[in-house]
Design a protein around this ligand. Structure first.
Ligand code: SF4
Ligand code: SF4
Length: 210
């Protein structure tokens, strides 16, 4: 019997996330993300239309947190607009970028409704000296677009993405959405879950749990 390849996705438990930004920093370290750029941001929710602000009236303020990185959309607008086929989906449902093909036109940045792509303005550099930066992760050339890869270099070896492994609240769960018995599938089914900007039809593979 033919077995389906894993289709990777993630669940993020908003009840557990405490906004510590550990996931942002571990992602930056793992992937050699240059200064001034983040692949994985943690936004503060609460201030009405202003997403990155606390809500309520002083002193009764309310803050919730929402980590945001690439959603690895099944119907990804970034793939559709790339004029050279540099952005593509691999066999495991990860949306990736071929840095050798990318011409830096930034159409994908304009098309991504989640604004999770960043343009690499800097000369390539591998961070060293602080025991961070994964040697397996390719150094991106100046002038290309980059973003979260679901830690391809780790997950190809059966490891969890750095953000999942480092989260002190265990708010993040990564796994195979094709497997109904995986923890990620079970959580999405059993809990109230939502995806960002679902009405756009992008079919994100990152689900938020309440
Ligand atoms: Fe939230 Fe975990 Fe990220 Fe901290 S590491 S901000 S708890 S998801
Ligand atoms: Fe593309 Fe943005 Fe969706 Fe990631 S979140 S797959 S960059 S459209």
């Amino acid at each position: 019997m033919e077995t389906k390849k894993p289709r990777y996705g993630m669940a993020i438990d908003l009840e557990k996330c405490m906004g510590c930004h550990t996931c942002s920093i571990s992602c930056k370290m793992q992937n050699n993300v240059p200064d001034g750029m983040l692949w994985n941001r943690v936004l503060t929710e609460g201030g009405g239309d202003n997403i990155d602000r606390a809500g309520g009236e002083y002193p009764h303020l309310e803050m919730n947190y929402r980590p945001v990185a690439c959603m690895h959309c099944d119907n990804a607008p970034c793939i559709k607009v790339c004029p050279v086929g540099a952005t593509y989906m691999d066999d495991n449902g990860r949306v990736l970028i071929d840095y050798d093909k990318c011409i830096g036109c930034r159409y994908c940045m304009a098309a991504c409704p989640y604004k999770v792509r960043t343009f690499n303005w800097q000369e390539p550099e591998r961070m060293t000296g602080f025991n961070y930066g994964d040697a397996e992760v390719p150094v991106r050339p100046k002038g290309v677009v980059e973003k979260c890869t679901f830690c391809k270099e780790r997950t190809d070896q059966g490891l969890e993405p750095a953000c999942v492994e480092s989260c002190p609240s265990e708010a993040r769960v990564f796994g195979d959405l094709n497997d109904p018995d995986s923890l990620v599938s079970k959580l999405i089914k059993s809990r109230t879950s939502e995806r960002l900007l679902e009405h756009l039809g992008t079919e994100p593979k990152v689900h938020y749990l309440r």
